[in-house]
Design a protein around this ligand. Structure first.
Ligand SMILES: C[S@@+](CC[C@H](N)C(=O)[O-])C[C@H]1O[C@@H](n2cnc3c(N)ncnc32)[C@H](O)[C@@H]1O
Length: 384
């Protein structure tokens, strides 16, 4: 079966893409630049606090013990960056920029709600190549209901009833602005990175059936549909509003994708029904017990010879700089990312082995972004 490099990426627009007004563009530009500069400040200045031993040395200039990060004579030990006023300012501005981001994007969507609702209605009436299966009685895990991930208003579980798809629109817009602020280009795509990884690592592999676990608004699922045009593509997520949006979005792009509301650890598909199981940045957003369940489900769903690939943030790199690990903890403390740290401390290969995969069939790689400076963590296995 064919494998194609898709053109779908963070700049892809469709009928539910909001049009930013002059005011929206101004607010988003402010947030984009704030995030870029805060990121640079963290990398170039704040990180220097980690270059010194844990025991603080006496400062040559007492005035500098607090400001900490500027100049080469910093004497703050790496164990106490939180005590520096530079850290406090960076942290406050970072939290503020994230709150501003959600406010600006939410306002943009709310201001044009009537136009977007009209477009959604037109789309809903159009015949779909794919499908949407919601389960209103599905029991939601407590962590999912309790977390407003990285500050997204209402969290991924936000569902205002009826045909609501607001959470999906917010997730797409937020993901795009956040990642651009983090330095990633508009042509990036995590799904494409996985398709590229598969092409480089398993060039002979051609899946007939693919499932994307924790597919959210369906942006990456679209890349599997475009990357494997002959395959049957499925996406599952817990969020009903995310999936309504994903379904309309796929319709607008003319993609045949089947979306189902289900837990990634219990998808209700038969055993051995997929050739490829994938997830994109799901693992760092779930607790350890759920991660173990997702690995067991990945094993159960795969046909013999099938592949599972989970793509996520690269905090599991051996030799990850201490500063990077400290930033992960900051996400837990200040950005409503309760599982980022536990994920960093988890051995996914061990979880895959516990789920039934053979040790010798497990792989871990660091794959460059399609359009950005970062690498992604790719971990997975082939089922014998
Ligand atoms: C960071 S988002 C990533 C969305 C999408 N994969 C992407 O990369 O664009 C994580 C997604 O996982 C979903 N999720 C969290 N826990 C889940 C679970 N137990 N089962 C299914 N989906 C889950 C969330 O609703 C959310 O859409």
């Amino acid at each position: 079966m064919a494998r194609q490099q898709s053109q779908l990426n963070r700049s892809t627009s469709h009928e539910l893409t909001p049009v930013a007004s002059c005011r929206d563009r101004g607010r988003q530009s402010f947030i984009f630049h704030a995030k870029r500069h805060l990121g640079q400040f963290a990398r170039l200045s704040l990180s220097r606090q980690f270059e010194y031993p844990a025991n603080p040395l006496p400062s040559e200039d007492p005035q500098d013990t607090d400001t900490g990060v500027i100049g080469t004579h910093v004497r703050t030990g790496h164990a106490q960056p939180e005590q520096s006023s530079a850290f406090a300012a960076w942290s406050a501005l970072n939290i503020g920029s994230q709150q501003q981001m959600w406010r600006a994007l939410n306002d943009m969507l709310v201001h044009q709600a009537p136009v977007l609702a009209q477009r959604a209605e037109t789309l809903a009436a159009r015949a779909a190549p794919g499908s949407l299966e919601l389960s209103p009685d599905l029991e939601m895990p407590a962590y999912f209901l309790q977390t407003a991930y990285h500050g997204q208003p209402g969290g991924y579980c936000l569902d205002r009833g009826g045909d609501d798809w607001h959470a999906g629109a917010l997730q797409e817009a937020g993901g795009n602005l956040y990642s651009r602020g983090a330095g990633t280009g508009a042509r990036d795509s995590k799904g494409q990175a996985v398709v590229r990884f598969l092409g480089e690592t398993f060039p002979e592999f051609a899946p007939d059936k693919v499932i994307d676990l924790g597919c959210g608004y369906g942006g990456q699922t679209s890349n599997y549909a475009a990357g494997f045009p002959d395959a049957e593509i499925h996406g599952v997520d817990l969020g009903a509003s995310l999936l309504r949006y994903a379904h309309l979005r796929a319709k607008s792009l003319g993609l045949k994708i089947h979306f189902r509301q289900a837990c990634a650890s219990d998808t209700r598909f038969p055993d051995a029904s997929f050739d490829l199981v994938v997830s994109n940045i799901l693992l760092h957003e779930i607790p350890q017990t759920m991660l173990d369940g997702v690995m067991r489900e990945s094993f159960r769903l795969l046909k013999p010879g099938g592949l599972v690939v989970h793509q996520d943030v690269p905090t599991q790199r051996p030799g990850t700089p201490e500063f990077q690990r400290w930033l992960s903890n900051w996400q837990v403390a200040h950005n409503d990312e309760p599982f980022w740290q536990s994920f960093s401390e988890t051995s996914v290969p061990q979880a895959l082995t516990d789920a039934g995969f053979s040790k010798t069939d497990i792989f871990e790689r660091y794959q460059p972004q399609i359009d950005g400076p970062l690498v992604w963590y790719m971990v997975g296995a082939r089922k014998q």
